[in-house]
Design a protein around this ligand. Structure first.
Ligand code: NAD
Length: 460
């Protein structure tokens, strides 16, 4: 029986990153993956959606670029080319991961793995031995119990098809729902979003939800919040989605219905008969060090159901790989930024004002509107802002929320600041370049003391 120090189940951003770091740390590692490497993020999530969004943005920019005197009345796009480009990006990245695994002398076992017991894994027909097992098997779209839900598509199926539905109803106004709403509306499709809570992106800063709602409504997206879907029915040409919003029964016809109401853990056939680890609501239960209730068996990423983000899974993978090799802890898992690739982009890290207040913290806050800055005017931005939240006593930055172009990159600086407890003074002392979006971060920090240069002074 071939044996390893570590067998990783799943080659997504949690699993393959853990495997590489473990190999760098001198461990003998195997990764079992039945599907393409890269997991949901690369094959059915972050990368393909962002590749499509990039194309959508290029198309939208061409349509809106009247200032360069576009000559054709009707700018058109070739959907087959857009999908081929997305597939090429995915395939190049899959190759990259495979090469990295090879270069790090990691055995990639292309088979479905099942855990037989402590230190024993069956991969296809082979039984493997190991000191530790890391479950990084990810998640799948969840489907609510709604009559007719079998007619709905998921983000998996929508991304796999090289087609656009002219009329799309999206159930769920969370991250996936709003990214698809942004994408589909950019391609000129009719979109309606049906969200159960009182606002879209209910876990985000309230002003971000409101601003996105306003921007999308201007683009023709219909948003129904506080709504309950009653049924999806097949019609002659398409589907009807019946729902109740604010007590009124409504119905929308569409060519497709996308269900985006969250994701559930992927634990199907993961355990051989007679063996299991403790689960809660379908997710694998772990402690703060990602240990399951069975010694030597760990779990990270979407399958544990805490923060379902690729970069969180990768960071957890690094944590485990370092811990198994008895190396000092190298990642701070307490500060995980979140990004939403709508147009404009949204990103946040740390606490919002409401969350800080709910914890009884005394805070001071800053807000800077980018809309009148040189960079925003040049790039024709919609209403954009950066908000900062500081602990009033220590003056340390504890949270940042952004809705502006490049927010998903800019949040990196904010994450460094929050993770290292940087203060107003330390953040202001840094000179940021002009004209950029990042210089507005300086202003959002200064705004917390009423001293932003490019904003009217606060009323006294
Ligand atoms: P989500 O939890 O972000 O949003 C689901 C939304 O559906 C919520 O707003 C919820 O109130 C609503 N909802 C639930 N049941 C409903 C019902 N019956 N009718 C109407 N609305 C209903 O989940 P998601 O958008 O499916 O995304 C899944 C996971 O993937 C999330 O953890 C998300 O963070 C992650 N993800 C991240 C990114 C990114 O980082 N950019 C992109 C896509 C997905």
């Amino acid at each position: 029986m071939k044996t390893y120090d570590l067998i990783v189940i799943g080659a997504g951003p949690g699993g393959y990153v853990a495997a590489i770091r473990a190999a760098q740390n001198g461990l003998a590692v195997a990764v079992c993956e039945a599907d393409a490497v890269g997991g949901t993020c690369l094959n059915r999530g972050c990368i393909p959606t962002k590749a499509l969004l990039h194309s959508a943005r290029a198309y939208q920019e061409l349509q809106n670029a009247s200032f360069i005197g576009i000559l054709a009345d009707n700018v058109r796009f070739d959907l087959a080319k857009i999908h081929a480009r997305k597939d090429a990006v995915v395939s190049q990245l899959q190759n990259g991961i495979e090469q990295l695994l090879k270069a790090n002398k990691i055995d990639l076992i292309r088979a479905r793995a099942a855990i037989l017991g402590q230190g024993r894994v069956r991969a296809g027909d082979e039984t493997l031995g190991c000191k530790s097992i890391l479950i990084a098997s990810g998640s799948k779209p969840a489907l609510p119990h709604i009559p007719g839900i079998e007619f709905a598509l998921t983000s998996d199926s929508l991304l796999a098809e090289a087609r656009l539905y002219p009329r799309l109803v999206i159930i769920g106004g969370g991250v996936i729902g709003m990214e698809f709403a942004s994408l589909y509306s950019a391609f000129g499709c009719e979109v309606a979003v049906i969200e159960a809570m009182d606002r879209i992106l209910p876990t985000m800063d309230r002003e971000i939800s409101q601003n996105l709602g306003m921007i999308l409504k201007k683009r023709g997206v219909r948003i129904f919040a506080g709504a309950r879907v009653e049924a999806i029915e097949k019609e002659k040409d398409g589907f009807a989605c019946r729902f109740t919003a604010k007590g009124n029964a409504q119905e929308i016809s569409a060519d497709a219905v996308l269900c985006a109401v969250g994701r559930r853990a992927n634990t199907e056939n993961l355990f051989a008969k007679g063996f299991s680890v403790a689960c809660e609501h379908g997710h694998i239960q772990v402690d703060d060090a990602f240990r399951t209730n069975v010694e030597g068996v760990y779990a990270i990423g979407d399958v544990i159901g805490k923060i379902q983000l690729a970069h969180a899974a990768s960071a957890q993978g690094i944590y485990i790989a370092d811990a198994l090799a008895e190396k000092p802890r190298s990642v701070n898992l307490d500060v995980i930024p979140a990004c939403i690739y709508t147009d404009p982009e949204i990103a946040s890290v740390g606490l919002t004002v409401d969350e800080a207040k709910m914890r009884g913290m005394d805070v001071k806050t800053g807000k800077f509107l980018l809309t009148a800055t040189g960079k925003a005017l040049i790039e024709e931005c919609e209403r954009s802002f950066i908000k900062t939240v500081f602990d009033a006593q220590s003056e340390k930055l504890i949270g940042v929320q952004m809705m502006c172009p490049r927010a998903t990159d800019l949040i990196g600086e904010a994450a460094t600041a929050v993770a290292n407890g940087l203060t107003t003074g330390q953040l202001i002392s840094v000179v940021r370049p002009h004209p950029t979006f990042c210089e507005s971060f300086t202003e959002a920090v200064e705004a917390a003391d009423g001293r932003a240069i490019h904003a009217a002074p606060p009323r006294r």
